[in-house]
Design a protein around this ligand. Structure first.
Ligand code: 5GP
Ligand code: ZN
Length: 115
């Protein structure tokens, strides 16, 4: 846990959030500035700066996180739905909160390549 990190503060309940999923290791909540009709942020509760900060011992946690994303989308959108999962790693890639998180975006058509 990191005292000043925004997402650690959300995990501790010091900053309110609209939670859509929570278990011992992970939290998912609605993005405050949604870029699609459905925009959920999924994080490990453990503080990791970004995908560049993951270690070998995080492999189970990261696998678990992807399974949870798949479960959330099935619950919210049904099977075989279309959605996009993004993690911005580093400032130039658009990362603004330095606690590892995945954006789950759905509910509209997405273009490729992203901006
Ligand atoms: P990044 O830019 O690091 O990839 O993503 C950070 C995301 O966190 C942004 O989409 C931003 O809208 C969201 N965000 C920033 N502050 C808050 C907050 O206080 N609450 C919630 N729910 N989302 C936030
Ligand atoms: Zn943090």
């Amino acid at each position: 846990m990191n005292k000043d990190c925004l997402f650690c503060r959300i995990v501790r309940g010091e900053v309110p959030s609209q939670k859509v999923f929570e278990n011992k290791e992970l939290l998912a909540f609605k993005d405050i500035n949604p870029q699609a009709p459905i925009h959920i942020i999924i994080i490990p509760k453990k503080h990791i700066n970004s995908l560049s900060g993951v270690e070998k011992k995080d492999d189970v946690l990261l696998g678990h996180l992807q399974l949870v994303i798949s479960e959330i989308t099935e619950k919210m959108l049904g099977k075989n739905s279309s959605y996009r999962v993004v993690t911005n790693c580093g400032e130039e890639a658009g990362q603004s909160v330095f606690h590892l998180h995945y954006h789950l975006l759905a509910g509209r058509r997405f273009t490729w390549p992203p901006g």
